[in-house]
Design a protein around this ligand. Structure first.
Ligand SMILES: Nc1ncnc2c1ncn2[C@@H]1O[C@H](COP(=O)(O)OP(=O)(O)OP(=O)(O)O)[C@@H](O)[C@H]1O
Length: 292
């Protein structure tokens, strides 16, 4: 069932651009074996648009990013990036993967790790390039990592490594940024810095942002629309349309309450209906007050 509340991207980023959608997903169904994770998903993301992807553990958020990266096939439907069918290794996508600590022995300095975002796909020796080096310097500075540019990445803290992943995703100025819980491990100040950085970057370059998160609050000021996945179904629209008690209760098929405190949202309750016993437990509900 298609449950888009507002299928059209905001005028400010969609109207009159003449460009294909940054992301276009049609009638998409994702299955792992017998299990349907989500179905009949329709999603258009305009260049420059910031879409937060929300949903309980196991709702299929990371899987959606993997589909757009060409790493996961759909059971039905189509997915295109910048007007072209998705394919593995496609250029023009910056990806911040879900965080995993880097091996302490990883033989890379921080700035080399960031530079992989420019030429990591190439075989053979790196060609020194002044402009690539300038870009790396700029990306390091933007995430506040200049001070440890020469430090081996594996010896850095989780938050410091996370800043480098974000710099690596931004350094090539991609047309599409896929961010999988990019604020994890970051302190409050860095959460704000990184959220504002992603927002400024998409405004400057016209990159679309798909931002998977369990807490919409840190990015709420920047979000154009929310894609909420639950129990194989979805809702998409501006936060004020999707993040409501009525809409989320309907989506989950059980009582959910959305509370507001100032400009922050708290989602209480929610048990994702599931076609799979694996997912039949009450959802660890996203959308909480603040950083976890
Ligand atoms: N390669 C795979 N083979 C089989 N099942 C998978 C595979 N990848 C993911 N799944 C299952 O699909 C479901 C969705 O996984 P996914 O990682 O996309 O969820 P998510 O919404 O990102 O969850 P979380 O919030 O916990 O990160 C999960 O139940 C997961 O176990």
């Amino acid at each position: 069932m298609s449950t888009a509340l507002s299928r059209t991207a905001p005028d400010a980023v969609a109207a009159g651009t003449g460009h294909p959608a940054a992301v276009s997903v049609r009638g998409a169904t994702l299955r792992y074996g017998e299990r349907t994770v989500w179905r009949d998903l329709d999603l258009d993301v305009a260049p420059g648009e910031f879409v937060a992807v929300l949903g309980a553990n196991g709702a299929g958020k990371t899987s959606l990013l993997r589909v757009l990266l060409g790493q996961q096939a759909l059971a039905a439907g189509t997915a295109a990036v910048a007007g072209r069918p998705v394919r593995r290794g496609g250029r023009g996508i910056g990806y911040v993967p879900q965080q995993k600590g880097l091996d302490p022995t990883t033989p890379l300095r921080a700035r080399d790790f960031v530079r992989l975002g420019i030429d990591g796909h190439r075989w053979g020796p790196w060609l020194p390039s002044a402009s690539a080096a300038r870009r790396v310097d700029g990306a390091l500075a933007a995430v506040g990592a200049t001070g440890y540019a020469r430090t081996p990445v594996g010896t850095l803290s989780g938050g410091e490594q996370q800043r480098l992943r974000i710099a690596q995703a931004l350094v090539s100025e991609p047309a599409l940024l896929l961010c999988d819980e990019p604020l994890l491990s970051l302190d409050l100040h860095q959460q704000r810095v990184v959220s504002e950085l992603l927002d400024a970057s998409r405004r400057r370059t016209g990159a679309a942002v798909l931002f998977v998160t369990h807490d919409v609050n840190p990015v709420l000021p920047h979000v154009d629309r929310v894609l909420y996945l639950a129990g194989g179904r979805f809702r998409i629209g501006p936060p004020e349309e999707v993040m409501t008690t009525a809409v989320l209760s309907d989506l989950y098929g059980s009582p959910v309450e959305v509370l507001r405190s100032g400009d922050r949202l708290l989602v209480v309750g929610g048990a994702a209906p599931s076609e799979h016993p694996h997912c039949a437990e009450p959802a660890d509900e996203p959308g909480g007050w603040g950083p976890r």
